[in-house]
Design a protein around this ligand. Structure first.
Ligand SMILES: [Zn+2]
Length: 77
């Protein structure tokens, strides 16, 4: 079920005979017809459905940094 804008009816319609198509640029689109007037409707869906490999910096191995224990913590009780 996809909704699109029909330019002929000048209103939002539910796309009839909607088929999902994969465009050349990797985007998904819905292609179908207006249920009222039958004009071809085409709706481009959002590009990336799945989250891309952007957040791959989450699992970084702990770096063996130098422990700076030279400064004794002052415990003035
Ligand atoms: Zn229409």
């Amino acid at each position: 079920m996809a909704e699109g804008y029909c330019v002929k009816c000048k209103s939002k319609k539910e796309i009839a005979d909607a088929v999902e198509e994969l465009m050349k640029n990797g985007r998904k689109a819905i292609k179908g017809k207006c249920p009222t007037c039958g004009v071809v409707m085409f709706k481009i869906l959002g590009g990336k459905n799945a989250p891309a490999e952007v957040s791959s910096k989450t699992a970084l191995p702990p770096q063996p940094a130098k422990l700076s224990l030279s400064e004794p913590s002052q415990a003035s009780n």
